[in-house]
Ligand binder design. Structure first.
Ligand code: G3P
Ligand code: MG
Length: 346
């Protein structure tokens, strides 16, 4: 009837399969979207020959901001809405540690951002390297706080503070001073600054939000990342104390991260698409064999999972080398990865 508004037909959402995306080196490089990324998202959102939408989530080892802030940024970069309900980053699972540790040192990231992330996770007393340098500037002979850092850092009496755990939330902006402070705590009596243990085995545990030794940025070649800080710290501890240091890393390729991602995807499919059953296949698109492909392949071997790893050539993995962990498929970019999965389904 003339004048009656025409409702466009609803695009069907498939319940059979889903996608999970790594971010750096797959969708983004050095803060800019990889050219095919925007198109790949459009295809999943219904612009495809099959006329269907496919649910998807994002699983990055990156971090340094709240999940909410990261999603606002990613939404702009990918020209579509990304919700925290479909997003996990390296430090997201650290949220669960807030019940266990109260006073913690949080390392990495810009300014006060990681302190805010940690407080948002429920950590009650968050110390930063800046607080420690403000209290005693001789802590780091070659690093002086900027005016802004000095103002933001909190004053406290460290002789009365016991630091129970160390969390590296994001890449360190000053390796030398951050490592000095971590080493001081590892060599202390029970996490009390200014003390020295006789045995060097009573320092707080150290947790890293991921273990990527290198990652993909705007430079043509890979750049060192948090995993490099981890090996460096472990080697330094050994050189100084003669003892081995065991640290823990979250993020990919840890199975716990893939379990977390599975729960997130399940919730996301239920809340946004009303799908209550698990997908038959999850296509996981990554650029780092050691994190993405290894993790997806190992998770795929666990009972009831079917994760199909796809390696792209736009990030850490480069043509001409043999990946240490073999993906189910290797394609040029994320758009090809999306098409590859869809073609397998029909
Ligand atoms: O620092 C982040 C980087 O190591 C990897 O991020 O998105 O490739 O998991 P992503
Ligand atoms: Mg990556």
């Amino acid at each position: 009837t003339p004048g009656t508004p025409v409702t466009p037909p609803e695009t069907l959402v498939t319940d059979k399969y889903a996608y999970a995306f790594d971010i750096d080196g797959v969708l983004i490089r050095g803060g800019r979207p990889i050219p095919e990324a925007v198109e790949a998202m459009k295809v999943l959102n219904g612009q495809n020959q099959y006329g269907i939408k496919v649910p998807y989530i994002f699983v990055t080892n990156g971090g340094g901001k709240t999940e909410q802030e990261r999603c606002v940024q990613l939404s702009k970069q990918l020209e579509m809405e990304v919700s925290p309900g479909q997003f996990i980053c390296g430090h997201t699972p650290m949220r669960e540690m807030a019940e266990r540790y109260s006073t913690v040192l949080v390392v990495g990231g810009e300014g006060e951002k990681c302190r805010h992330v940690a407080e948002g996770y429920g950590f009650k007393d968050v110390v930063t390297p800046g607080d420690i340098i403000k209290d005693n500037q001789d802590t780091t002979p070659f690093r002086k706080l900027t005016k802004e850092e000095y103002e933001n850092s909190r004053v406290r009496n460290f002789s009365e503070v016991q630091i129970e755990a160390i969390f590296v939330f994001a890449d360190s902006r000053d390796w030398a001073s951050d490592q000095q402070i971590i080493l001081d705590l590892l060599m202390s009596k029970n996490g009390r600054l200014g003390t020295r243990s006789e045995t060097f085995d009573e320092g707080p545990p150290v947790f890293f939000s991921h273990n990527d030794v290198v990652w993909s940025t705007s430079h043509d070649l890979t750049r060192i990342g948090m995993g490099a800080l981890r090996v460096s710290l472990e080697a330094m501890f050994k050189a100084v104390t003669g003892k081995n240091l065991e640290t823990t890393a979250f993020g990919k390729p840890q199975i716990g991260t893939f379990q977390f991602a599975t729960r997130l995807l399940q919730q996301w499919r239920k809340d946004t698409h009303g799908i209550d059953s698990p997908p038959d296949t999850v296509y996981f698109v990554g650029d780092t064999p050691e994190s993405d492909i290894r993790g997806a392949n190992e998770f795929d071997k666990c009972v009831d999972n079917n994760w199909y790893s796809i390696l792209v050539r736009t990030g850490v993995f480069q043509e001409g080398t043999k990946p240490r962990f073999q993906p189910k498929a290797t394609v040029d970019n994320v758009l090809e990865a999306v098409k590859h999965g869809m073609e397998r389904e029909y």
